[in-house]
Design a protein around this ligand. Structure first.
Ligand code: SAM
Length: 239
């Protein structure tokens, strides 16, 4: 079991922190926090807006529809986090459709860090001066536009935390997942061995582990070749 010393700390700066509540408190993410593998700190941007209405957004200079996250609460928030949690020098990751697309390789890289700081945009976006002052890397979860970065942050956190040693009970389980080896996962079956005339492939019931491994590997190769020729080409290049 991990101790507080090697625990990962994830800080999420969010305009709508409640969007994170349920996903962070279920299943493997919940258990990883209970096991003290990770502590997830969600920071409500509104608590750093000190005007009467705790306003965090304002109009876009130059006109146009949509509101922009104001810079002052974000400056105050980062200054506070850097000081209070001793985070100077920690990369700040902005969730944005403009960033490079998040993938398993990036999840593995992030899982090796001690601290993550994730900044969620909202509305039309964030005052650019915040990016200039604090943001050191950007990540997109795909080529589409979400309402806010909170759900994108959940995707990143989920993919990263399940890779922390001890998060998944069977540590070999993550190793066989799609992308981890550069290939898509093979098909899985559980009991019963026959359902409404549909049978589990005979080989999986044979008890011959070498043959089962060969079959699974062939299935992975075939699936990747058919469904993700881009991945397959990359796999052939590296193997
Ligand atoms: N105007 C922005 C643009 O066109 O790039 C989109 C703003 S979007 C409505 C609001 C926020 O959602 C963004 O600031 C970002 O934090 C988040 N977001 C939206 N799509 C995302 C994606 N594909 N990946 C990561 N974050 C995303």
């Amino acid at each position: 079991m991990a101790t507080t010393d090697n625990r990962m700390n994830i800080h999420v700066v969010a305009a709508c922190p409640r969007l994170l509540d349920s996903p962070l408190n279920e299943s493997i993410l919940k258990r990883a926090q209970e096991r003290d593998l990770v502590k997830i700190h969600v920071h409500d941007l509104r608590t750093y807006a000190h005007d009467k209405h705790h306003q965090i957004d304002d109009y876009d200079f130059g006109g146009g529809p949509g509101m922009i996250l104001k810079p002052e609460p974000l400056f105050l928030c980062f200054e506070d986090l850097f000081q209070r949690f001793d985070l100077q020098g920690t990369p700040v990751t902005l969730l944005t459709p403009a960033g490079p697309v998040f993938d398993q390789k990036k999840a593995i890289q992030l899982s090796l860090r001690k601290n993550l700081i994730l900044l969620c945009g909202h509305y039309k976006g964030i005052d650019e001066r915040v990016l200039e002052a604090f943001v050191t890397e950007e990540l997109s979860i795909g080529d589409y536009v979400l309402t806010g970065g909170e759900i994108a942050a959940v995707v990143v956190i989920d993919a990263v935390v399940r890779l922390l040693p001890g998060a998944i009970n069977d540590i070999d389980s993550a190793e066989g997942d799609s992308f981890q080896s550069g290939l898509l996962d093979f098909p899985h079956y559980t009991r019963p061995s026959e359902l409404r005339g549909r049978k589990v492939p005979e080989i999986l019931l044979s008890g011959d582990h070498q043959k089962i491994n060969d079959w699974r590997r062939e299935q992975s190769l075939q699936r990747t070749r058919e469904r993700r020729p881009d991945l397959y080409a990359e796999y052939l290049e590296n193997n």
